[in-house]
Write a protein that binds this ligand. Structure first.
Ligand code: MN
Ligand code: MN
Length: 283
C-alpha cells in the first residue's frame, strides 16, 4: 500500500487485497488485482463511467496499490483490518479488490468499527454463511458468519443467492439475514437500502455466461446489465465496497477481468457521484 498518508476526507482509496489462502476449491483470486488494473489500463476501454464521470481526470480517488499480505492467518487479518482502518481514520473510503471472499471479514471488521449501523448489500451466488467449511472458519464460504458474530453488520441483505442448503438457511435465520434468492429477484425490486451502505460484490453472482473467470460456476445468475442496474440505482453513495472472486487462472481470454474493470468504473462512479455527473450525462 502506498500514499495512504496523502488521502483526504471524502476520497476513495482503491486497494488490492491479494489474499486467497482460504479458497475452498481453487486458488487464483490473489492474482486478480493486477489483472483488473491491467484491464483498466489496457487501452481497450476508457475510464469513463456511464454517468459521464471520467475517472482518468477525477482526483477524488487514489489507487493505493496492493497490500502486502504476511504469512499466517492472524497476521493477514490484522494487516488487512489495520490498513482499512487507517484509510477510514482519514475520513476516506475504501474500494477493495480481492482476493477471494475471505477478505470481506477483515474489511468489515474495520468498517463495523467506523460505521455503527452498517448495512451490507451482498451480491453472490452463495450466502457465505457457513459456520465452518472443511474445518476452516476463515474460509471464503464463511466471512459473513464471522462478521455477524462479531457484530460488524447491522443489516445484511443478500441478493442473487442460488445455493442455499439447510445449514445456511438456518444460519440466515439465526443471524436475521435478509436473503433475496435469485429465483425471486426482479429488476427494480426495492430493497429499502439506506446508509451507511457497503457493497460486497462476488463476481459469481453473475451468470457464468457473463463471468466465466471465477472459481465456482453457478448458472442461473445475473446478467451484466442487471448488476449495473443495481449499482446505478443505489439510493445513497456507498461508504465502502469490495469486488471479489475474479480468478485469472480461469480467465484466459480476459473477459471476466474486463467485466471486473467495468464494474470498478461503475462502482467508483457511484461512490463519487454527487449528482452532478448524472445530470450532465442526462440533460
Ligand atoms: Mn462469496
Ligand atoms: Mn460466490
Amino acid at each position: 500500500m502506498r500514499d495512504g498518508e496523502l488521502l483526504e476526507p471524502g476520497q476513495v482509496a482503491l486497494l488490492g487485497v491479494p489474499w486467497d489462502a482460504h479458497s475452498s476449491f481453487l486458488r487464483g483470486p490473489a492474482l486478480a488485482p493486477r489483472q483488473i488494473r491491467a484491464a483498466l489500463q489496457s487501452g481497450a476501454m476508457n475510464l469513463c463511467a456511464e454517468n459521464g464521470l471520467d475517472l482518468s481526470s477525477d482526483n477524488r480517488w487514489r489507487d493505493l496499490g496492493d497490500l502486502t499480505i504476511p504469512a499466517g492467518d492472524e497476521a493477514a487479518l490484522t494487516t488487512i483490518t489495520g490498513a482499512i482502518a487507517s484509510v477510514l481514520e482519514r475520513g476516506a473510503r475504501v474500494f477493495a479488490l480481492g482476493g477471494d471472499h475471505a477478505v470481506s471479514f477483515p474489511l468489515l471488521r474495520a468498517y463495523g468499527e467506523a460505521h455503527p449501523g452498517l448495512t451490507v448489500l451482498h451480491l453472490d451466488a452463495h450466502p457465505d454463511l457457513y459456520d465452518e467449511l472443511d474445518g476452516d472458519r476463515l474460509s471464503h464460504a464463511c466471512p459473513f458468519a464471522r462478521a455477524l458474530e462479531e457484530g460488524h453488520i447491522a443489516r445484511l441483505v443478500q441478493v442473487g443467492i442460488r445455493t442455499l442448503n439447510l445449514h445456511q438457511r438456518e444460519q440466515a435465520r439465526r443471524f436475521g439475514v435478509e436473503v433475496v434468492e435469485m429465483r425471486d429477484w426482479r429488476p427494480g425490486m426495492d430493497l429499502r437500502l439506506s446508509g451507511p451502505l457497503y457493497l460486497s460484490l462476488d463476481l459469481d453472482a453473475l451468470d457464468p455466461a457473463f463471468a466465466p473467470g471465477v472459481s465456482h460456476h453457478e448458472p442461473g445468475g445475473f446478467t451484466t446489465r442487471e448488476v449495473l442496474g443495481i449499482i446505478q440505482s443505489l439510493p445513497v453513495p456507498l461508504s465502502g465496497a469490495d469486488l471479489v472472486e475474479l480468478n485469472p487462472v480461469r480467465d484466459p481470454s480476459g473477459i471476466t477481468a474486463a467485466l471486473a474493470a467495468k464494474l470498478v468504473k461503475e462502482i467508483m462512479a457511484q461512490m463519487l457521484d454527487d449528482g452532478a455527473a448524472a445530470r450532465a450525462a442526462r440533460p
